[in-house]
Design a protein around this ligand. Sequence first.
Ligand SMILES: [Zn+2]
Length: 406
Amino acid sequence: MWSVLKFCLIAALVLAGAWWLAALPGGVTADAGAYRITASAPVALLLLLAVVGLLIVFLRVLGGLRRAPRRFAGWRSERRQQAGELALQRGLVAVAAGDASGARAAAVKARTLLGEAAFVQWLTAEAARLSGEGEQARLAFEKLTQSKEMKFLGHQGLLRESLKAGRVDEAARQALAAEEAYPGGAWTRGQRLALAVRAQNYAAALRLTQEPHERAALAVAAAQTAETPKLALGFAKQAAKAEPGSPVALAALARALRAVGKDGAARKTLLHGWKIAPHPLLAAAWLAPGATPLERAQAAAQLSAARPGHMESELLLGETALAAKLTGEARRHAEAALKAGNTDGRAKAILAALDGKPAPAIAPAWRCTACQAQTAEWSCTCPSCGRPGTLTPTHPDSALMATENG
Ligand SMILES: [Zn+2]
């Protein structure tokens, strides 16, 4: 409706204009040398309008031609940017796939198209790292640490390269710089934890984790290596707090308590530990090293009374009876341990010793929850994968008890 009205209005105006133009009186005369041009006023006005129109079109074309090179340059730069970004994307995928030559080709292309941008430096460094060119990678990562936004990746790369080359001190410095560049990052904390564990700085490692199993193991190791008995007790208490049911933590706490003269508290701790999860480590801490075999057998009876009939109680009684040459007792308890489900060979070893037969192999007492490696002795870190706090008792009963009460 409106468009019809608008059309009618414009048509009326054009008609009125044409009518007014045609009705203009007079004429225009132009002299040029011997020539004279004469035209009526409407024709002259139309000609003037046509000349002005042509002039406008000419100026527009001229301006377009003048801007053409700049527009072309802009278009080219956009194309370069797009091609550079594509090269970066391909490089990123090649790095993730571990394709060294693909990453290198993409890095060269990206550098040609985008220059020394930080992302290009990262790709160059990663390509060198994948190709095994350590020094080149180090230099490229070093350059990347100058970038405000990507300096973390520079320090991360330098840390990895340092670890690969076995430069632990340099790796520790880079870990600190990475923490400064990106505070609170989980990756950096994990690296710092691994470095502290590797340097056997268990107190520092303890400050870097909140995982109960890691805290318990690191605190036990810190207690074992502490400079004073008082410091050792502090760490042992932290271990028992992190994993209240852990025989490792409770045995460490008992030893630390005894070292500061708190014998009663040490005994109480071990009895409590035996009650919730009987374990050879608790027994080892309970039995005084200087005692006679008979005294040890008597002490074993006191501890095992906290969990009468438990497989570990029977084994402890059997082993100490054997050492004290109480053969009848030893046999009775070894058989009771077998009945209670002992399968790791310890009960059979008592019987073999009583019968004068060669001792059977004893199954490893600890298993790593991370790499499944088995080991006979407990240690803060897994001897196979090096992670802290991953060793758990292989015997299902001990493990179950530790979990139930932990
Ligand atoms: Zn492991």
